[in-house]
Design a protein around this ligand. Structure first.
Ligand code: DOR
Ligand code: ZN
Length: 358
């Protein structure tokens, strides 16, 4: 339960104190972009699952250690932040490398990108059965599989990619590997919610702030709105409502994972715009907005700070963060290199503000 500072009703409550959250799905990128974005995550979150879809993906232990070192070097020394590294699966992934990385404490989990599903996924898996030997090992050692759950078949409508992935891929995987821990990442549909809810306890899901906040109209009404384009794409309203219900339900299967995915403005506002929203500047505040709107602020701490560690079998964070009810203006831009990123909620005010630690 959230440690509510007063006995007042949620609508007048002025301060929230929560166990420090973790981000169970974030893109920190590399080089100057890494330097520009990592501290937004590190100031709020104690740990983060760092997606491995760099232009040259993180597919082996040595590459992961080198990337982890670059992340740690980019984090301000005032933050106490642990990046959790992920192995990007390809058709050629060696189960022994995965096992070694897990046992050496380098890899926390593996990520399945179906080939060509999203940014830097060209080296992804072309057929799930190609990684069955890896999944076998992961099941045996208790290593989670993180799934970008979309099929890429040309005959499938992009709005149906997630639902069809459940039918064509995920249902078989849970039968063939009943003990495998699976995180269905950034779910966007009622189908995803229902699947996860009905599955065994070893199946969980992350839900992003943006899929909780808008539906596909935001991307398509009044002209193409590239800053609302991400993958999986936002779906129709009934799906958003199902996500909000799941996130705020208190179910331990659903947890914080921003999928914060920065792209410079020129890559978003383009004839072929990149997928991804940069929401790390105000991640916990975005979630707080949704939970408050749903009358479920008392469920925020579970979602943000408890369900994820429990799922991964990791300790809870000890520190507590403070959120105050005070107008919190999100910057219009975040500088990077000689250009900028447009963050989620750019130039608007949020009601809650992360102000530090208890
Ligand atoms: O919108 C997205 N952006 N979805 C993904 O799956 C990848 C991410 C990125 O890396 O840009
Ligand atoms: Zn992602």
């Amino acid at each position: 339960m959230a440690n509510l500072q007063s006995n007042r009703q949620p609508d007048t409550q002025s301060r929230l104190i929560l166990r420090q959250p973790d981000d169970w799905h974030v893109h920190l990128r590399d080089g100057e972009m890494l330097d520009a974005v990592v501290n937004f995550t590190a100031r709020q979150c104690a740990r983060a699952i760092v997606m491995p879809n760099l232009p040259t993906p993180v597919t082996d232990v040595q590459t992961a250690i080198a990337y982890r070192d670059r992340i740690n070097a980019a984090v301000d020394k005032t933050h106490d932040f642990t990046p959790l590294m992920i192995c990007y699966l390809t058709d050629a992934t060696d189960p022994k490398e995965v096992e070694r990385g897990f046992h050496e404490g380098v890899f926390t989990a593996c990520k399945l990108y179906p080939a060509n599903a999203t940014t830097n996924s060209a080296h992804g898996v072309t057929d799930i059965t190609k990684i069955y030997a890896v999944l076998e090992v992961m099941q045996n050692i208790g290593m989670p599989l993180l799934v970008h759950g979309e099929v890429t078949d040309a005959d499938i409508d992009i709005f149906d990619r997630e639902a069809v992935f459940i039918e064509r891929v995920l249902k078989d995987v849970i039968v063939d590997f009943p003990g495998l821990k699976i995180v269905f990442e950034h779910i966007t549909t009622k189908d995803g919610v229902d699947f996860v809810r009905e599955a065994e306890a070893n199946i969980g899901a992350t839900i992003t702030p943006h899929h909780l906040e808008f539906n596909r109209n935001a991307m398509l009404v009044g002209g193409m709105q590239p800053h609302y384009y991400c993958l999986p794409v936002a779906k129709r309203e009934l799906h958003r409502l199902a996500l909000r219900k799941a996130a705020t339900s208190g179910s331990p299967k659903f947890f914080f994972g921003t999928d914060s995915a920065p792209h410079v403005v020129g890559s978003k506002e383009s004839a072929c715009g990149c997928a991804g929203l940069f929401n790390a500047t105000h991640a916990i505040e975005s979630y707080a907005k949704v939970f408050e709107e749903e009358g479920a602020l008392d469920k925020l701490e579970g979602f943000a700070s408890e369900h994820g560690p429990h799922f991964y079998g990791l300790p809870l964070n000890e520190k507590r963060i403070i959120l105050d009810r005070t107008p919190n203006l999100v910057p219009a831009t975040v500088p990077v290199m000689d250009t900028h990123i447009v963050p989620f909620h750019a130039d608007t005010k949020l009601a809650w503000k992360f102000v530090g630690f208890e």
